[in-house]
Design a protein around this ligand. Sequence first.
Ligand code: OAD
Length: 237
Amino acid sequence: MTQDEPSIVILTGAGISAESGLGTFRDAGGLWTQVRLEDVATPEGFARDPERVLAFYNARRENCRAAQPNPAHRALARLQRARPGAALIVTQNVDDLHERAGSPPDEVLHMHGRLDRTLCNFCRHAFDDDAPLSTARGCPACGVQALRPDVVWFGEVPYHLERIFAALERCDLFVSIGTSGEVHPAAGFVAHARAAGARTLELNLEPSAGARLFDKAVHGPASRIVPQWVAETLGEG
Ligand code: OAD
């Protein structure tokens, strides 16, 4: 199996990081019940009030640094290390908990970007950086003061789509973990993988919006059900 031909594609969402203390978006008390996504997660919101948007992401960067990977992240890393190149993680999460749990960085695709990277909104230069953002900081490449977190906002195109769809078309199994299935294009991955012949499995606290498209579902906290599934997959009974 080469890295270009994973047999398992694993889509993760905020639910896998919930037990690490990072809030989800749409559950009771979730981020989008506290702030309007139009204000902090759209290019228009950034144009209207950049300082507010940067302060919001500076706080999320701090939360992310303080969080630790949980048994679900660690189990997926164990699976990837046991089967090199056979299990590709596609994450909607902007945290780095998969990598800190030991997942090989080139087997984790951050389709919504990463909190620990910064993007120049003027020249599009992107770089590793999680120092506090402000409108006074200039881009190291072009000097313009237009830095923002390198996260994908609503209305922008997610990253790595070509590689993701190629993997969905080739995989034998598509697993969705800790995502509500409300946000496209990720919400459409299950239908795509299914149409290409993959089996589909949902591991989530509750049935997601696309629940009927999964051949099998296990409901419960990720820290319990993901290590269980990995142990079964590795034939550990
Ligand atoms: P959501 O908040 O929409 O969904 C989180 C899902 O995780 C829900 O279905 C919960 O039931 C489930 N969940 C919560 N705690 C869990 C636990 N301990 N174990 C297992 N499952 C649990 O988050 P996402 O689906 O990731 O995009 O949201 C998708 C995108 O919407 C995000 O990437 C973000 C957001 O707006 C952008 O910002 C572009």
